[in-house]
Design a protein around this ligand. Structure first.
Ligand code: SF4
Length: 340
């Protein structure tokens, strides 16, 4: 699963006090492999001709991150991370208790061994890419039939201690996003991460459909919380300074280090040399990472052009509006649960 993030939203509690209901923690983004057996229509990651990270380098990256930052979130991305199981396991086993580990997957390699291993590592949050009904899920994977095997595994996955489904919403599926969300709920999913397609063109009517779908999804959350159902939306707790990209300590599968994962994208691949800040033998200082991260927005605007940036900002604004609508209901249900 390719790596993605979201911009921030500021919330007000039900009692009216302003609260920054977000989390912007130190983050290690570990691209353990660029390879993937799927070809999702919305995926920008260059997948061919790249080395995999070695287990030793995955351990080195985790140790470096823990030494530098003392803790935070370590996110294992790809490509498809489960294509390099030894690298994933080495990285996770090297993570100290101060580091929260997130493992993203397209689900096609989740077998009995992996599920047993995840039960034995309950601190790991597994994030599964599942976009909704078969028509849209497999359609966005250009016909690759991953829906049936992933859904067949879902009952076991729902028993994992930390499990989140990422529902990606492409411009072409925005009109059915609420229906796909309801379908995932019917399958038993209770922990969601919503992800509109990013840095791609959205037509005006597709953005309207996205906003309408988010409004329906917001109503589903509000009704669930009002009824005491602890439905979870990760987007409420995630912040990134750059829409839909991850910033932090980014270690690519070739050992190079960046301030964000923009260089994974095929249309930005030629800029790798320019944006590399070092490698695992010669890592950058935290100050160099911070400076480079702050320059990424202007760079993206110059490189991708105004219309794609406007599309991305509009999709991100729709997601932020969804979060802002939900914060009061979220805090209200949290207070009810605390006093129950
Ligand atoms: S599963 Fe899809 S989004 Fe994830 S890396 Fe593979 S092609 Fe990209």
């Amino acid at each position: 699963m390719a790596a993605t993030g979201r911009m921030a939203a500021t919330a007000a509690t039900a009692s009216g006090s302003g609260v920054r209901a977000e989390r912007w923690r130190n983050a290690l983004i570990l691209v353990v492999t660029r390879r993937c057996d799927l070809r999702c229509a919305y995926c920008p990651t260059v997948k061919s001709g790249e080395p995999d990270l070695s287990p030793a380098d995955a351990v080195r990256a985790m140790q470096l991150f823990a030494e530098r930052y003392g803790g935070g979130d370590a996110k294992l991305f790809g490509g498809e991370p489960l294509l390099v199981p030894e690298v994933v396991r080495a990285a996770i086993e090297a993570a100290p208790p101060e580091v929260n580990v997130y493992l993203s997957t397209n689900g096609t390699h989740l077998d009995d061994d992996w599920i047993a291993w995840l039960h034995a590592h309950p601190h790991v949050t597994l994030t599964l890419s599942l976009d909704g009904r078969q028509r849209d899920h497999d359609g966005l994977r250009r016909g690759a039939a991953s829906h049936a095997p992933v859904v067949a595994r879902l009952p076991e996955l729902l028993r994992l201690p930390r499990f989140v489904v990422t529902q990606t919403i492409a411009p072409s599926t925005a009109v059915r996003a609420a229906d796909n969300f309801r379908y995932l709920r019917e399958l038993g999913v209770r922990r969601f991460n919503l992800l509109p397609g990013y840095y791609i063109p959205w037509r005006a009517e597709q953005l309207v459909a996205l906003r309408e779908s988010f409004s329906e999804i917001a109503a589903e959350f509000e009704a669930a919380w009002a009824g005491g159902d602890r439905l979870y939306l990760r987007n409420l707790f995630v912040r990134a300074p750059l829409p839909f990209y991850n910033t932090g300590f980014v270690v690519d599968s070739d050992r190079r280090i960046y301030a964000n994962n923009l260089v994974l994208a095929s249309n930005l691949d030629h800029l790798r040399e320019r944006f590399s800040l070092g490698d695992l033998d010669s890592p950058p200082s935290p100050a160099a990472l911070t400076t480079a991260a702050s320059q990424a927005g202007a760079f993206l605007h110059d490189t991708l052009g105004a219309s794609v940036m406007e599309s991305t900002a509009a999709a991100d604004a729709a997601l932020t509006a969804l979060c802002n609508r939900l914060y009061p209901a979220y805090f209200a249900q949290r207070e009810r649960a605390a006093t129950a």
